[in-house]
Design a protein around this ligand. Structure first.
Ligand code: ATP
Ligand code: MG
Ligand code: MG
Ligand code: MG
Length: 433
């Protein structure tokens, strides 16, 4: 008899196996007990028939408590009625760890209660499906960028200067100096691109976002590719290919998880068809003005959630918005060759109301221009000499972008709120557990 995981049931139909499980729920009568079980790989049902097992085993099945752990021994059968498709007919139970008064009952709980119990809430089906899809997106990210010839190049998390203004920065001490938690690894990725051509980082990012929205976390994970000898158009091609690859990987490898979430694969299939539409910021402003729903929208304004939602809904697909006003974008973006007031950049907006999932740009290469921009942004020139060196020694056109992992998870899983997309969310009012 082999010890297996639930997810491998398919290979053991009609065979006797042993599985380590927790009880999520149960139902029983005088003659039969149905145990809902999980082992971290899937959820399925165990059936205990009184007339087929010892008295002791049936008594255990009737008494087992929610989240108690045990080994079950029995035979795998198909079960067409369940999402998973298999069940186990239990012959024997070996108790492992007791559980008394599990706080999360099958009834409804409020968000705060669930967030206070996040360490336990993670065991539930929906959270399982989301975290598994998150894990698949990470796997697919590494697979995609390695396949495309990128080098994994890690940026530091502790930094000595503030790249994009100070209001959203976490400050800390670094011995007798000041330090900040990284808001983006991008400037370092540019050094990586000049050294190794195509690089990407994947790491935690920290922003003291003072607003409560369903898209902003205080701590989130970002994927930041950077490419030498690359203009914006080629960067957009890599971006859409990457997003389509992520969606396709979930469609191929997470069918069970999508079923648990009730997420329609047909909707996701739409997002694997390339190319994604591209519109300019100017055209976006026109569309918003024509709609009549945005009386305050004016050229020069950054988009918030309602504007981004409207634009992506208009195309019913992810859409690139190109070349935003220089005044609302960071200092390092390449100025447009013929229009002084815009920079060469693009945001990718996700449909279904999920907003910006990627922000990217071509990077400025002119040292004098960058020096002026650094000064204008109120940053200390001395902090950026290493960055300017990248332009002093064999500068080339280069582009890059940043994808927020949790934004992608929220969108692909169809969740309401980004707090579900990371195991332990850090929010404006929450750093526990
Ligand atoms: P937004 O306009 O939504 O605040 P941003 O323009 O400030 O985003 P960027 O600095 O362009 O974000 O960062 C790149 C990507 O990181 C974004 O496209 C998004 O996917 C993700 N991101 C940014 N801020 C957050 C956050 N607070 N929580 C989760 N993901 C985020
Ligand atoms: Mg922001
Ligand atoms: Mg933005
Ligand atoms: Mg952005």
């Amino acid at each position: 008899m082999e010890t297996i995981s639930i997810v491998d049931s398919k290979k053991y139909v009609d065979k006797k196996v042993k599985i380590g499980v927790w009880l999520t729920n149960k139902r029983s009568s005088g003659k039969i007990a149905f145990l809902q079980l999980r082992d971290g790989t899937a959820y399925f049902q165990g059936v205990v028939v009184k007339s087929d097992v010892s008295e002791e085993t049936f008594a255990l099945a009737k008494e087992v408590k929610q989240e108690e752990s045990m080994y079950v021994i029995g035979t795998i059968h198909e079960d067409a009625r369940s999402h998973f498709g298999y069940e186990i007919e239990i012959e024997d139970i070996e108790p492992v760890g007791a559980s008394k008064d599990y706080p999360i009952s099958p009834k409804d709980h409020g968000t705060d209660f669930l967030m206070d119990h996040r360490h336990l809430w993670l065991r539930s089906k929906r959270q399982f499906a989301i975290i598994k899809i998150r894990s698949e997106l990470i796997r697919a990210t590494y697979a995609f960028f390695h396949k495309e010839g990128f080098v994994k190049f890690d940026a530091p998390i502790l930094t000595g200067s503030a790249p994009e203004g100070t209001t959203e920065l976490f400050h800390t001490e670094y011995f007798d100096k000041d330090a900040y938690l990284s808001q983006s690894g991008q400037l370092y990725e540019e050094a990586g691109a000049m050294a190794y051509g195509k690089v990407f980082s994947f790491g935690p990012t920290f922003r003291a976002e003072k607003s409560k929205t369903r898209r902003h976390l205080i701590e989130f994970w970002m994927i930041e590719p950077e490419m030498a000898f690359t203009h914006q158009e080629e960067s957009l091609e890599i971006q859409e290919k990457y997003i389509a690859y992520l969606v396709q990987s979930v469609l191929d490898n997470c069918q069970y998880e999508l079923k648990l979430l009730g997420r329609d694969p047909k909707v996701l299939q739409r997002y694997t068809k390339l190319p994604y539409p591209r519109i300019s910021y100017d055209e976006a402003i026109e569309l918003l003005q024509k709609s009549g729903d945005f009386p305050d929208v004016k050229w020069g304004k950054d988009f918030g959630s309602p504007e981004e939602t409207y634009l992506a809904e208009h195309f019913n697909k992810p859409v690139f918005v190109l070349n935003y006003p220089k005044a609302i974008k960071p200092f390092y973006m390449k100025p447009h060759p013929t229009r002084k007031d815009v920079v060469i950049c693009a945001d990718l907006l996700a449909p279904e109301g999920y907003g910006e999932i990627i922000g990217g740009s071509e990077r400025a290469t002119d040292v004098a221009y960058l020096e002026k921009q650094i000064e204008k942004a109120g940053l200390d020139k001395a902090d950026y000499q290493w960055y300017l060196d990248l332009r002093r020694y064999g500068s080339v056109p280069h582009s890059g972008f940043g994808l927020g992992l949790e934004r992608a998870v929220t969108w692909i899983t169809g969740e309401e709120h980004i707090r579900e997309a990371i195991p332990f969310p850090r929010l404006l009012n929450r750093i526990y557990p």
